[in-house]
Design a protein around this ligand. Structure first.
Ligand SMILES: O=C(O)CCC(=O)C(=O)O
Ligand SMILES: [Fe+2]
Length: 270
């Protein structure tokens, strides 16, 4: 199957996003807004058809030798200029280690890019989020990317710096690689450091584990929701595709992180 047609990629019978005023689309928007409000995560199960999932996963796995191999001890907050005492959540780092296939490495005729560039998806997400404007990111590195995690890889506890992330799980590992999160653990007014510290110490009772299945589209609000991907086990890699959009046109990601990614690229690039 060439996967030239979006109907071969997206289950349009279940998710008629190309019919923006249909009853089905309206119901999806209502369900999605409620899910985001309650638990910061909205999942559209089986959004990507299984043949397309397999093609996308295969394409990304073939790119692993050329991918960035990221490894860093990261803080879960952006730096605020203060010196925090040892043991404070702001002074605590977490290992993040994975391969990341970057936007410019994903071919223009890939089914993954066809999905990312599908206008009805962008428009559905804009309406879901209630934004006036919504653009595909123009970042040459991170507009469309994929994190690929093998044995022992992990994405440590963090908050996202953007409001919302759209992802599709393309391959599950044999074990681990769970998406764990604590919805709205902080607010604009209250960082709730004690609760964050309890999560780091494994003492929190409100950590949720999302049951992500391959082909699901996930809409996730990670700016106030602490989250991580637990260590992956087994020979099969965990593969997730990440789609970036922005309310402003023409924005790029901050150079410090891109610079780090560049440093982690293998010597031989494709
Ligand atoms: O791998 C995932 O499912 C989520 C990744 C994530 O949290 C991120 O890229 O910020
Ligand atoms: Fe994240």
């Amino acid at each position: 199957m060439a996967l030239d047609d979006i109907a071969d990629i997206v289950d349009l019978d279940r998710y008629p996003l190309h019919r923006p005023d249909s009853v089905a689309e309206h119901a999806l928007l209502c369900a999605g807004r409620a899910a985001l409000k309650n638990r910061a995560l909205f999942t559209l199960p089986g959004f990507v058809r299984s043949q397309a999932v397999a093609a996308m996963a295969g394409e990304l796995e073939a790119l692993v030798p050329a991918a960035c191999r990221y490894q860093a001890e990261r803080y879960c907050y952006t730096f605020d200029g203060n010196a925090w005492p040892t043991g404070h959540p702001r002074a605590t780092t977490h290992l993040s280690r994975y391969h990341q296939v970057l936007n410019h490495q994903i071919s223009n005729d890939s089914p993954l890019r066809r999905l990312y560039c599908w206008e009805p998806l962008r428009e559905f997400l804009r309406r879901l989020m209630g934004y006036d404007t919504f653009y595909r990111s123009e970042c040459p590195h991170l507009a469309l990317s994929s994190k690929i995690a093998c044995e022992g890889d992990v994405d440590g506890w963090h908050f996202d710096s953007n409001d919302v992330v759209f992802s599709v799980l393309l391959q599950r590992p044999e074990g681990g690689g769970h998406f764990e999160y604590v919805p709205y653990i902080r607010t604009d007014q209250d960082e709730n450091y004690d609760a964050v510290a309890a999560v780091f110490e494994g003492q929190a009772e409100d950590v949720q584990c999302a049951e992500l299945s391959v082909g699901d589209l996930n809409v996730f609000q990670g700016d106030q929701t602490l989250h991580r991907v637990s260590p992956v086990h087994g020979r099969r890699r965990r593969i997730v595709a990440l789609f970036c959009y922005d309310r402003e046109p023409g924005t790029n990601f901050g150079e410090p992180y891109i610079e780090e990614l560049r440093r982690c690229m293998p010597a031989t690039k494709i």
